[in-house]
Design a protein around this ligand. Sequence first.
Ligand SMILES: [Zn+2]
Length: 328
Amino acid sequence: MNAVRKIDLRQRLLDRRQRLQSAMGEFKETTQLMRLLKEVDSALERMNGDSYGLCQVCDGAIEEERLLADPLVHNCLECLTPDQQRALEQDLDLASRIQSQLLPNKNLSFNGWEAYYHYEPAGPVSGDYCDLVSPEAERGDLFFLLGDVSGHGVAASMLMSHLHATFHSLLATGLSARQLVERANRIFCESTISADYATLVCGRAGDSGEVDICNAGHCPPLLIRGDEITSLEATGLPVGIFQSGEYSAQKVQLARGDSLLLYTDGLSEAQDETNIEYGAERLAKLVKGRHELPPQALTEACLEDLRTFVSGAPKTDDLSIMVIRRVK
Ligand SMILES: [Zn+2]
């Protein structure tokens, strides 16, 4: 575990200790509080030695994301009791259902735009952020967002829902794509531990085909105009790294039949059995030959080509693909 993470976990344990102590002054029944306090003290003690983060059954490392979610866990996943395992499965199942409720409508058609996406977690939950937001009114701008939070599993999925909430509260304020990303960056920096960050693309599509797009360290979206494919490279760092981070947006104009394809590195960095990456080049080539396809068919063509490429190699990363097409 890196030093920053360890300091953060120690701080969380100390906070808990303080809260438990003040609660003990308020409640009559303190047996459970005493037990928790003992657990916190024992975790702090292990941190002072060097045994913190090691499984008390097998001595192997406890999964970091589980420690971040609960600094008091002392067994690795493989050494959970059947009861603990059942409880964990139920929690993951619930987390997965909550996360799927955060996803937008799959087939969106709004103000001359059509959109479709594919969202596929590597495990029960995903660290990818996928969003499409259109105003309640008939006219207005369509916002599309695709991002990837550092890490995997439950901790990453919690940050993903944090991003979702941040953007949904900011979207109502009428900001540009650049301003949205700058604000979200500041909020993310203030409210997460320093080792966490997210790459993302935020786009705002207007009703005459113009798109404002801000890419914060994310895989470059592809602009598809006939068989001309352009990569929209990142113009800023991932969010969550520097609070003072500045971003810029690119403006692109889409005509009828033009599309934008966004994806996470679960696509471009997927590997076949010999550890060769799928790669952005193969994707661009595929898209070039399929440029006339509507969003759903283009997404499915990408997935089919990816499956052919990996040919049964195990899935290791969350995967998301989104296509926005101008239809007016
Ligand atoms: Zn173990």
